[in-house]
Structure formats: structure tokens, C-alpha cells
Design a protein around this ligand. Structure first.
Ligand code: ADP
Ligand code: MG
Length: 629
């Protein structure tokens, strides 16, 4: 609740709207206590007095009635009617929507066709017809306005309810034997309540306007009682000669409706969990870089050299150190495996290299990533863009999410080429088909005309690989490209990647959580834990003799076929949250060899020959084994 209020207050427009509205409502509430002239007493001698006349602060109207008094009483009435209409419409509409959405089938059909019929009439016309049938009067205007708004709520809430009624927790409640009405009350209603409040907060202004409209036409409040609409209506004939009689109620309507709408938008933004967590803040084209010092470039002839890379996420007051001084090198044509449990910072490392981490909340706070001697971190966006997808390509985990659902895959491939190279359409299309052939998609010619949803998961990932290959890059970063696929398809994709790599001399950074895959594919491997590299070395050496206890236990998690029965080990506990890392070794709490010294100070990544390990008590003494395993 405090968070909600905080968000409202932080949103300046919403706060301004809220203050205006609060003033108006307070004025309306205290109106009976104020020393005002009676609102309905006529005094024809004092007709059309201007504002600031003695005894009449805002002047008088065509019958000599005090405008200030009529304004305040009228506001009170308009607010009450508008609010009552909104509550009635929301309650009835929501009830209809929930029943239709929850029961579905024929109930839904019958109810919603009725609602559609109401919606088929123009809004105001329907309200006019209802008042005409019931007879003019404020009560009837209220009923009419509520009635024409019921369909809006019903439709809205039905949509939300349909979505919720199929969720597992509702199924679970049914299986637990709860009755329909109990489920609606306990499971559905709490979930749609925020939507009802949001819909109300954004429509209440409309309803006040509609009531005023009916009164303006003489169908709402009847003389001599004033509401804002009837005041406007009565002042119409004197609009030119005595404009203040129209301006006074007009300005009040403007204040009320603007106040409500601004506040309503603020309420919606604050209640919507997606907007609240900043999901709809537009990330920048490249990750923000805020480096205090830049380390020296690594020496040696690597294609990609990441050095002391640090990426953080600032979420509220918490700082997540997702990547903590990570160094990796990839030589031309080499395959580097990056392995670690989910949440160990593999993806963020890879995304940081290309400046693809969403900012906000991500910030690169240190380190560098050299591609052929040029630092990618902090590179001007235009230069970075030329490299992305051209020299350095990416394969993502979920091919369905990365392909545009409305374009044919051939067109998407062609676009990937034309973005970077000035080639004609026909040539790009031909190249696309060739690429599909390269990744062994049968009937590439016709498959190029397929949409992503027409392809199987394995096919889509092949398209993803083809897209990465489109511009013949030097290096491909593959972020768990096979995790979403089943084992047979996974094996095919891995074999394909391996072939393509050998044939084209591609360097690959292969991110995975599966040591089996690393063993099959990678020349070297870096093991990550809680945002740091804890061990690195040639794959065979690491597999044969893991030095870090974490690596050993990761390897022990891989089942081996045909090796007889072997006890599979899991690692107890979970990786620590990276916003509050313990001192010393982050793995110590889960490690069976941890000593007191492991929980103190910074433990360095100790290099020995080609291998390195960040552990005080490694499983293997690397120096004895000559460092190469
Ligand atoms: P993985 O190794 O599974 O690829 P990630 O690199 O995706 O892990 O994430 C590493 C850590 O970064 C996570 O533990 C998470 O706490 C943090 N993180 C990632 N994305 C965000 C984000 N948008 N906001 C806050 N924290 C994030
Ligand atoms: Mg990941």
C-alpha cells in the first residue's frame, strides 16, 4: 500500500490530478457547512451580476441566483451521480463479466450476445432513449448512464476472467471440491478486482461528463436544482452577453474530469504489476556503460577477449552483481563452453559483450571486451550495430520468441543480410534459401515461404542458426540453443553446429548448463558460479580431473548411459542471490570441503598452465599434474 502511494506521488501528473480532485471533493463535502447564499432563491433585481459583486463572489445567473452557491451544490450533485453510476455499472458489469467468463460455453454466448446488442447502439443515443422511456430526472439519468456503461465493464472483466478461469490454480480449486461460487469469490474475484478498480478510475470521468450531457439537454437534473450540466444548459442563451455564467460550471467540469483522468492513469500505472516493475520502460539501444577505470587490453592473438567484465542490475535499492570481474578469451576457430547453473550470470555475460543487456536496469560498471583489438564495451552505437549480427552473431535459447511471427522465415533471413550488406532483394532471397540448405532444412525452397509457427522446434532453431550464419560471422555466441529442444533434436543441432564450425572456421561461445554438451562440443570450458568464473581449462582436462568442488559436482550430475548403474548426485541448496553475496567463496555454503578460510576475503582465480581455479582447497593439485591434465 505504501508502495502504491509512493508510486502515485512520484508520478507528478497523477499527484497533481489527485490534489485537484481532493480539493473539489473536500469542497463538495463541506458545502452544507459553508456560509453560502441559498442556491435556488431567485432575485431578478440582481440578474447577471459579474464576478466579485458584493455578496456574490462569482456573480449571479439569469434569475439572480448566487453562482458560487449553485456551483458548489451542483458539483456535489454531479460528483455523487457520476460516482454512483460508476459503482453501479462496475458492480453489475463485473458480475455479468465474471459469470460469462467463468461458466463459458452457452452461458457466455447468451450473455455476451446480449451485451453486444447493447453495445451496437451509439452510446449517447442509448442513454437518451433510456431517459426518454423513463422520463427526465436525475435518478433516471443516473440509471441511463450506468446502463450504457455496463457492457464496457462486462466485456473487459469477461476477457480477464476467461484468462484466469483456465489457470492451474482454479483447476486445483475445482479438484479440491470447491463450489463454483466459492471459487468465484475466493479465486477469481481477487484477481479481477484490480482491473475493476482500474476500469472504474478511468471511466468515472466519462460518466460525470455523460450525466452532465443529459442535464445539459434538460433530461437530467430538473429546475430549480442545479448540477454542472444543467447550469451549463441554462447559461447557454447568455453565452455571449454574460460568458461568466457558462465559464464557471465549464471550468469546474474541466477540473474534475482532468483530475480524475490524470489520477486514474496514475492508479492504473501503479496497480499494473508489469508497469510497476518497469517492464514497459523502453530499454536503450545499447547497455549503459559506467566504468570508473578501464583495464589494459589483454595481450595475445585472441578473437574475443573479455577482461574483468562487471555488469550490475540496479533494481530499487538492490544491486545485483550478475557479472563480477569475468574474463574469457576465444581464439579464432575455437569453441569455448561457458557452463553454470541457471542464474550464474552466463547470459548476462554474453549479452554484455554485445551491449544487449537491457538498460535500465543493467549497467556495465567495469572491464572490457575486445573484438579484434577494438573494445566493444563503450563502443559508439553505430559501430557496435555494424558488428552485431554481422561479425558477431547470436543464437538465442527460444527460437520461437526470436523469430517475428508475422514474417516468412525466408524474408527474415533476407532481412538479416540486407541490414548489413547492400545486396538486391532477389540475391538476398537466394542466399536465404542457400542458408536454409546449409542448416539441412529439407525443401529449403518451399520452407523459406513458411511462417515460424509452421515449423517444428528443431526447424526453428535451425532457422535461428541460419540467421546467425547469414553474414558469415567470425564468432557466434550461442545461449543455450538446445535447451528448449528434445534430446534427439538436440543431438542433431549440436552435430550441425559442430560441422558448420569445422567447415567455416567459426569461433563459438557455447553457453549451457549441461556438461555432456560441453564434452561433445567445446575445446575449452569456463565454469561460472554466482557471476564469477570459478574454473577454466581445456575441456578434456577439466572433465578428467575437475579442480573446483563445484565443477566436480556439476559433472557428477550428468547421467551416463551404458556405464552401469551410477549414483547421480545433485548439489544441495541453491545458488546465492547475487545482490547479497557472502564474503569469500560464494560456493562455500554448499561445499562439503569448505573451511573457515573459504569464508574470508577475496579468493583469486589461480592460474596453473592452461588451467585456473578459484579455490583454496582444490580437488586436484594442478601444479602436480603439470597444469594441462
Ligand atoms: P544464466 O546463467 O541462467 O544465464 P543470467 O545471466 O540470466 O543467468 O542471470 C544472472 C543473474 O542476473 C540472475 O541471478 C539475476 O539475479 C540477475 N538478473 C538478470 N536479469 C536481470 C534483470 N533484468 N533485473 C535484475 N536482475 C537480473
Ligand atoms: Mg541464461
Amino acid at each position: 500500500m505504501t508502495k502504491f502511494l509512493f508510486l502515485i506521488v512520484r508520478n507528478r501528473l497523477a499527484a497533481a490530478g489527485g490534489i485537484v480532485l481532493l480539493l473539489v471533493v473536500v469542497l463538495a463535502l463541506v458545502t452544507p457547512l459553508l456560509p453560502l447564499q441559498p442556491p435556488n432563491v431567485t432575485d431578478t433585481a440582481d440578474r447577471f451580476l459579474g464576478p466579485l459583486a458584493p455578496g456574490h463572489l462569482l456573480g449571479t445567473d439569469h434569475l439572480g441566483r448566487d453562482l458560487l452557491s449553485r456551483l458548489l451544490w451542483g458539483t456535489r450533485l454531479s460528483l455523487a451521480v457520476g460516482f454512483a453510476a460508476a459503482v453501479i455499472a462496475a458492480v453489475i458489469g463485473a458480475a455479468i463479466g465474471i459469470v460469462a467468463g467463468y461458466f463459458g460455453g452457452r452461458t457466455d454466448n447468451v450473455i455476451m450476445r446480449g451485451v453486444d446488442m447493447l453495445m451496437a447502439f451509439p452510446y449517447i443515443l442509448l442513454a437518451l432513449a433510456i431517459v426518454a422511456a423513463l422520463g427526465p430526472g436525475l435518478m433516471n439519468a443516473l440509471i441511463a448512464v450506468a446502463a450504457v456503461n455496463v457492457p464496457f465493464f462486462a466485456r473487459n472483466i469477461r476477457g480477464i476472467t476467461v484468462g484466469i478461469a483456465n489457470k492451474e490454480f482454479v483447476e486445483a480449486a475445482k479438484l479440491a471440491g470447491m463450489g463454483h461460487w466459492r471459487i468465484i469469490g475466493l479465486e477469481i474475484l481477487p484477481n479481477v478486482l484490480p482491473v475493476i478498480v482500474i476500469a472504474m478510475s478511468t471511466t468515472i470521468g466519462w460518466m460525470i461528463l455523460e450525466t452532465a450531457g443529459l442535464s445539459f439537454l434538460g433530461l437530467g437534473s430538473q429546475p430549480p436544482v442545479a448540477d454542472l450540466g444543467s447550469m451549463l444548459g441554462e447559461a447557454r442563451s447568455a453565452l455571449i452577453t454574460n460568458p461568466h455564467t457558462s465559464v464557471v460550471p465549464g471550468v469546474m467540469i474541466l477540473f474534475i474530469v482532468m483530475g480524475i483522468n490524470l489520477l486514474g492513469d496514475g492508479v492504473r500505472d501503479a496497480l499494473d504489476p508489469r508497469l510497476r516493475s518497469g517492464a514497459l520502460t523502453r530499454p536503450m539501444a545499447a547497455t549503459t556503460v559506467r566504468r570508473e577505470s578501464v583495464p589494459e587490453a589483454a595481450t595475445g592473438e585472441s578473437l574475443l577477449a573479455v577482461r574483468d567484465l562487471e555488469t550490475r542490475f540496479h533494481v530499487g535499492k538492490r544491486i545485483f552483481r550478475a557479472v563480477n570481474k569475468v574474463s574469457l578469451t576465444v581464439a579464432p576457430g575455437e569453441c569455448l563452453g561457458v557452463i553454470g547453473e541457471s542464474g550464474s550470470g552466463k547470459s548476462v555475460t554474453a549479452l554484455s559483450v554485445m551491449g544487449l543487456v537491457a538498460s535500465p536496469p543493467g549497467v556495465i560498471t567495469g572491464g572490457r571486451a575486445d573484438y579484434r583489438g577494438a573494445d566493444l564495451v563503450g563502443m559508439p552505437y553505430r559501430k557496435l550495430r555494424r558488428l552485431r549480427g554481422d561479425r558477431i552473431a547470436y543464437i538465442f535459447q527460444d527460437p520461437l520468441a526470436t523469430l517475428h511471427p508475422l514474417y516468412r522465415v525466408g524474408d527474415q533471413l533476407a532481412e538479416a543480410i540486407t541490414v548489413h550488406h547492400a545486396v538486391g532483394r532477389a540475391e538476398a532471397q537466394a542466399r536465404a534459401v542457400e542458408l536454409l540448405n546449409d542448416v539441412r532444412i529439407p525443401n529449403a525452397e518451399s520452407r523459406a515461404r513458411a511462417y515460424p509457427h509452421e515449423l517444428s522446434g528443431g526447424m526453428r532453431q535451425r532457422v535461428g542458426i541460419a540467421m546467425a550464419l547469414a553474414n558469415a560471422p567470425d564468432i557466434i555466441i550461442a545461449d543455450e540453443p538446445t535447451t528448449a529442444l528434445d534430446v534427439t533434436v538436440q543431438a542433431q543441432i549440436l552435430a550441425l553446429l559442430e560441422d558448420l564450425r569445422r567447415a567455416r572456421g567459426l569461433a563459438v561461445v557455447f553457453i549451457t548448463h549441461d556438461f555432456g554438451v560441453v564434452g561433445q562440443l567445446c575445446d575449452r570450458v569456463s565454469v561460472m558460479y554466482a557471476g564469477r568464473v570459478v574454473e577454466e581449462g581445456p575441456t578434456d582436462a577439466v572433465l578428467a580431473a575437475p579442480a573446483h568442488p563445484y565443477t566436480r559436482r556439476l559433472i557428477a550430475c550428468v547421467p551416463e548411459l551404458g556405464q552401469g548403474r551410477r549414483k547421480l548426485h545433485s548439489i544441495p541448496g541453491l545458488p546465492p542471490p547475487v545482490d547479497n553475496l557472502p564474503e569469500g567463496c560464494a560456493f562455500a555454503p554448499r561445499c562439503d570441503k569448505a573451511q573457515d578460510a573459504c569464508r574470508r576475503g577475496e579468493i583469486p582465480l589461480d592460474p596453473t598452465g592452461a588451467r585456473a581455479v578459484r579455490c583454496l582447497y582444490p580437488e586436484e593439485d594442478l601444479s602436480v599434474r603439470g597444469g594441462t591434465g
